[in-house]
Every structure is written in structure tokens, then in C-alpha cells.
Ligand binder design. Structure first.
Ligand SMILES: [Fe+2]
Ligand SMILES: [Fe+2]
Length: 290
């Protein structure tokens, strides 16, 4: 990420961020090491019973489409794989660490539904576009808006005013955040990811999920992942409905489609709109966080 220095500046303006949850650091460390087996990972997670329970809840959510009930952590690791469970740990722990009374009041069910919709869309689109991602799609989608939690938590009432005035979503919010605080929630999310040493490809996809005049998708360490999250977020805001006409602003994200469809098989709005309309069912799935 070329703008690490900028993000460090953002961190200094945000104020004291919560420490990274211990379980995340341990699980990231263990799952990065190919010598470490499933048993060690399982033991590390089981040190935290609340985390274990949440992993099982997410594993059994419709997003994973399990044919059987996943009743134990061992089974989750076998069926979903270490990589996927690592991502669930990351998602659950990050939300838990940032959550407080303020975020609870401001970021209601809509925030969760949107986060899970973007995660589900990113996963489905990534598979269909053969991007070769291994779960980074789902977790990046899930965490793409955590900057809103960070700003809400750290900036309190001032942020709440800006958030409510802009209607709480997308481009208007980004502009209002920049005006009021000098940075937006995309930068705040990436700053937190940097501060917690989360994977850099994930941090980049948070940073670039909204189009910004001073940042380009080609600056991401994984431009395909960053492009995917950009389009999935846009499509979630568009509100795809299966088989129906919908206004497809996601289809116009030219710089992202360049990475997602390098062969140019979907050169126009019409083809992209038809492609995206196949994923409308993602919207009907309920979120396991609420
Ligand atoms: Fe956003
Ligand atoms: Fe979003």
C-alpha cells in the first residue's frame, strides 16, 4: 500500500485503538505456518469458548450452505478447512473488539446485513470469475466497512452527526467524513488493519472499496481482490433483484472490471448487469450476527 504513511497519520488522528484480540494474533500466526496442523489450531481456538461458539454459529449460517450441522470445531475445520475457519475467527474477533454501546446504537441491523451481503456476493462473484481467492473474498467483504465502527467508536457523537446527515451509506458519507475529519471510513478501516497487522491484501481492499480521486485500484497488492470488493459493495447498494431490471452502478466501475474480466468477455453494462443479476439470492440470506 503506497499510502502507509497517510494511514499512520489517520491512526494518530483516530486516537487509541483497541488492542488486537489475542485469539486473532495466535490463530493468524499458527495458520500462516504450514508446519502447524489442525489440532494445534483447534486447541488455540478452544481456549476461547465464546469464540468457538461464534465460529460454529457462522459455520452453520446459510452463507456456507452446509448440508450437515457443524456441531464441533473439529468438524468445522475438516469441512470448511483451516483457511476458512481462520477467516471466521478474524471476522468474529474484529467485530467483537470494535463493538460497544455507540456502535450498537448507530450501526444497526442494516450494517450487518450489508456486511454479510457484500461478503456473500464477493465469495460468489470470486468463484464465478475464477479469481482463485481462498476465502479472502468473504472476509474482505465482511470487514470492508469496519472503518465505520472504528470512527463511530473513536469519534463518538461528532461521527454520529455526520453519519446520520449523510444517510449512512456510500459516496455521500465518504465525502462528509473527509470534510469533517480529513479521512473516510475506507481509510479508517485500512488503518486499523495496518495497526493490527492483518493481511496487507485485506487492508488494501478496505482502503480501496470506494472510488477515491487520490487512490487507484492498481495500487492494491491484490488488485483483483480490491476490485471484487469494490464491485460487490456497489452491487449490494444497487440491490440486485434476480431476473429483474435494476439500476446497475456496479456495472460502471470500469477500473474494477478491467481486473475482474481481463479478457473483456463482459465489455458493456448490459452483459455485466445480466451477469450480476444471477446473484440476487444472496440478498435473501439472513445474517448470523443478529
Ligand atoms: Fe463503505
Ligand atoms: Fe459498504
Amino acid at each position: 500500500m503506497k499510502n502507509n504513511a497517510n494511514l499512520e497519520h489517520v491512526i494518530s488522528k483516530i486516537g487509541d485503538l483497541p488492542a488486537m484480540p489475542e485469539a486473532v494474533g495466535e490463530v493468524l500466526r499458527l495458520t500462516d505456518d504450514p508446519q502447524v496442523g489442525m489440532v494445534r489450531v483447534s486447541e488455540a481456538i478452544q481456549q476461547d469458548p465464546a469464540l468457538t461458539a461464534k465460529i460454529l454459529k457462522v459455520s452453520n449460517s446459510p452463507y456456507y450452505g452446509m448440508k450437515q450441522y457443524v456441531g464441533t470445531l473439529k468438524l468445522a475445520l475438516v469441512i470448511l478447512g483451516v483457511r476458512e475457519v481462520r477467516n471466521i475467527v478474524l471476522g468474529v474477533s474484529v467485530f467483537d473488539a470494535l463493538h460497544n454501546d455507540r456502535t450498537e446504537t448507530l450501526l444497526t441491523g442494516q450494517f450487518w446485513t450489508h456486511s454479510f451481503t457484500v461478503a456473500g456476493l464477493a465469495k460468489q462473484l470470486g468463484l464465478r470469475l475464477h479469481l482463485g481467492l481462498q476465502g479472502e473474498d468473504f472476509i474482505s467483504g465482511l470487514l470492508h466497512d469496519i472503518g465505520k465502527m472504528v470512527m463511530c467508536r473513536q469519534l463518538g457523537g461528532q461521527y454520529e452527526t455526520v453519519f446520520r446527515a449523510s444517510g449512512g451509506s456510500s459516496d455521500a458519507l465518504c465525502a462528509a467524513e473527509r470534510d469533517a475529519f480529513g479521512f473516510n471510513h475506507a481509510e479508517a478501516g485500512a488503518a486499523l488493519a495496518l495497526y493490527w497487522n492483518l493481511p496487507e491484501t485485506l487492508a488494501d481492499s478496505l482502503w480501496l472499496h470506494h472510488a477515491q480521486a487520490d487512490a487507484d485500484l492498481s495500487e492494491a497488492r491484490d488488485p483483483k481482490l480490491a476490485s471484487l470488493i469494490r464491485v460487490a459493495n456497489r452491487a449490494a447498494h444497487d440491490g440486485i433483484t434476480t431476473g429483474a431490471e435494476y439500476s446497475c452502478s456496479a456495472c460502471g466501475e470500469e477500473s474494477a472490471w478491467k481486473f475482474l474480466d481481463p479478457q473483456g468477455t463482459m465489455p458493456g453494462i448490459e452483459q455485466r448487469s445480466e451477469f450480476l443479476s444471477q446473484f440476487g439470492e444472496v440478498f435473501s440470506v439472513s445474517t448470523p450476527m443478529h
